[in-house]
Design a protein around this ligand. Structure first.
Ligand SMILES: NC(=O)c1ccc[n+]([C@@H]2O[C@H](COP(=O)([O-])OP(=O)(O)OC[C@H]3O[C@@H](n4cnc5c(N)ncnc54)[C@H](O)[C@@H]3O)[C@@H](O)[C@H]2O)c1
Length: 333
């Protein structure tokens, strides 16, 4: 059995702790929120983030980054990408031995547009990076905490690292883990799909139906393929768990905060009001800026991303951008 630290005790960090605890690993969750840490240690719950479900006794929590780092040589990153850089600097100041980094955050770094693996290698002293794995796929914390059947992919350029993470997380009752090797493609898909979740929520907020959503998902897949391939990922990844799998779950589920944000935007809230009204992270709102810029630089056609960008950053109405999408020049599929 392994000792494992999770950085970020939000919904996903807590759900991951549940799986690892169920698999009889010892888990230490690190978070800056003292009341969350106390609740986990005293009551084995995190009710603000996950109203249903308890954490196993193997799971403890701390506000000390040093304790979290010294506890283990396996570190799972599970914080919003906007705080990732500062968290990694803190880890780098305290790290004294090599660690396997497992990332579960979904997004590109705001401002630099780097993938999470790139940010990790930019900040952590390389002698302390034993390996890097992205654990990503169609997963909502709210279902994992209830032990509902879920699939995910452990992705690394190092096959042994991917297999190791597969072994520690796989649970034959409710959490099936595959392995993959396209780190670039998987990291990009897991970030970009959040933009389409916002788009899907916008359609819902306008009262549009299943036809519109199915059309969105199909055309989003085409855009994702253009972006991922142009940025160095593999086309096959689009058709796997980290691609279409994550795209479908996030564009069709009311658990998705990005979807919920899209509904609010369609109903007239601006971005600041939307983010302020939500208790959890909305990664897609930041990612759209990055992906929009990259798409323009690479001269790609990504009309759905452009539309979401226009609603969020150019204050265009949702119905107006949908009308524009419907009136684009006719073309082959
Ligand atoms: N929720 C899900 O179902 C899910 C599934 C897969 C991946 N993810 C990804 O996981 C990441 C985290 O999402 P979440 O849903 O857990 O978010 P969340 O908002 O529920 O929790 C974020 C947690 O990070 C903590 N935090 C913030 N700043 C911190 C800092 N500087 N140091 C330490 N902790 C800090 C907060 O206190 C909070 O507990 C996101 O990138 C998200 O896309 C979420």
């Amino acid at each position: 059995m392994e000792k494992i630290s999770i950085i970020g005790a939000g919904s996903w960090g807590s759900a991951l702790a549940r799986i690892l605890g169920d698999n009889h690993h010892q888990v230490l969750l690190y978070d800056t929120n003292e009341s969350t840490v106390n609740e986990i240690n005293n009551f084995h719950t995190n009710l603000a983030k996950l109203p249903i479900g308890e954490l196993p006794f193997e799971v403890r929590a701390t506000t000390s980054i040093k304790d979290a780092i010294d506890f283990t040589d396996i570190i799972i990153l599970c914080v919003p990408t906007k705080v990732l850089r500062s968290v990694l600097h803190l880890i780098n100041e305290n790290i004294t031995s090599p660690k396997l980094f497992i990332n579960t955050s979904k997004g590109l770094e705001p401002d630099t547009y780097l993938r999470v693996s790139e940010v990790v290698y930019a900040i952590i002293n390389h002698q302390f990076i034993k390996g890097f794995v992205a654990l990503t796929g169609p997963t909502h914390a709210e279902e994992v905490i209830r032990q509902l059947p879920t699939t995910i992919c452990s992705v690394s350029t190092n096959k042994e690292d991917a297999k190791f993470v597969q072994q520690i997380f796989n649970n034959s009752t409710y959490f099936r883990v595959y392995t993959g090797s396209d780190l670039i493609g998987s990291e990009l898909c897991s970030a970009i799909k959040n933009v389409y979740a916002i788009a899907s929520g916008m359609l819902e907020g306008c009262g549009y139906g299943d036809n519109a959503r199915a059309g969105l998902i199909s055309r989003a897949l085409v855009e994702m393929k253009r972006l991922v391939v142009a940025m160095g990922g593999k086309e096959d990844t689009i058709y796997g768990l980290t691609g279409i799998g994550d795209l479908v779950v996030t564009t069709t589920s009311h658990y998705s905060r990005n979807f919920q944000a899209g509904v609010k935007l369609a109903k007239g809230s601006n971005l600041a009001e939307t983010i302020a009204s939500m208790s959890m992270v909305v990664e897609g709102a930041r990612t759209v800026e990055a992906v929009y810029d990259v798409s323009k630089k690479l001269n790609l056609s990504t009309p759905i991303i452009d539309a979401v960008y226009s609603v969020i950053y150019k204050q265009q109405g949702v119905k107006e951008v949908v009308a524009e999408l419907m009136n684009r020049a006719l073309k082959d599929e």
